[in-house]
Design a binder for this molecule. Structure first.
Ligand SMILES: [Zn+2]
Ligand SMILES: [Zn+2]
Length: 251
């Protein structure tokens, strides 16, 4: 026999009938004046790379690994716990993550642990909530798609084979640094120019990392220069763009 919550009409189980007075956990908490977990969780997702926003960070979502499930759970749990003040556990599969990043509203189950409230006896109580994806753009994708790069590495005098080697290396570094959400196509711009290649990069940090490795692998001459290109109001200083010229000595 199917049973339904006396207040909202959602289907309930034996436990709710016997212990919660025919109410679903949510309505029970509402009536008892206990903070209720949100029924809907808005989730900000980068429409380019699927990274998910959590606090002020963007957690990478690499759909080829289980790590993306972990990151998605982390973000959802963080948002629910912030709104709700109690510890929750979120169950999610890779399938769910696919659904969420493809923009589908997805229902997931959260479990409230035993310490939720003295009025609630159960050890575990499952509640369904809807994940509502909101699409935005993460800072890395914003810089790359807006061609707003902080650094350029100029490679000059390398053979095609060496350039291919460096390209593979840059790809590897970007994948590692981004947790798999970006690669050389989405996290940088590799431009063939007269006499070599320019690599345009969203951060000075990653440019230095790449140039340090190239310096170790090849015999190069290095020249660095900064150029002001604007004013950073929030920091009260010039925005600077770094150019690192790496010229092969073997050419
Ligand atoms: Zn109800
Ligand atoms: Zn992104």
């Amino acid at each position: 026999m199917k049973r339904f919550c006396a207040k909202c009409g959602i289907e309930i189980g034996v436990f709710e009938v016997s212990s919660l007075g025919n109410l679903c956990p949510n309505c029970y908490m509402e009536i008892r004046g206990i903070t209720v977990p949100p029924r809907e969780v808005p989730l900000t997702i980068c429409r380019k790379c699927y990274s998910v926003k959590f606090k002020n960070r963007w957690l990478p979502i690499d759909l080829s690994t289980e790590k993306s499930v972990e990151n998605m759970i982390h973000a959802i749990r963080g948002i629910v716990e912030k709104a709700f003040n109690f510890k929750v556990f979120v169950a999610l599969t890779l399938q769910d993550v696919y659904k969420i990043v493809s923009g589908e509203q997805t229902t997931v189950t959260i479990t409230l642990d035993e310490k939720i409230h003295p009025l609630l006896k159960p050890k575990e109580m499952a509640i369904n909530l809807d994940i509502k994806p909101n699409f935005s753009i993460c800072p890395v994708c914003l810089k790359v798609t807006g061609k707003n790069f902080e650094a350029t590495i100029q490679l000059r005098g390398f053979s095609n084979r060496e350039l291919e080697q460096i390209k593979a290396l840059v790809n590897k570094i970007i994948i590692e640094r981004s947790g798999g959400s970006h690669n050389i196509q989405t996290g940088a711009l590799w431009e063939e120019v007269d006499g070599g290649v320019d690599i345009l990069l969203p951060s000075i940090d990653i440019a230095r990392r790449i140039s340090n490795i190239v310096k170790k692998m090849f015999n190069v001459q290095v020249k660095e220069s900064y150029k002001d290109w604007g004013w950073d109001k929030s920091k009260g200083r010039h925005l600077r763009r770094l150019t690192i010229l790496l010229r092969s000595r073997n050419a």
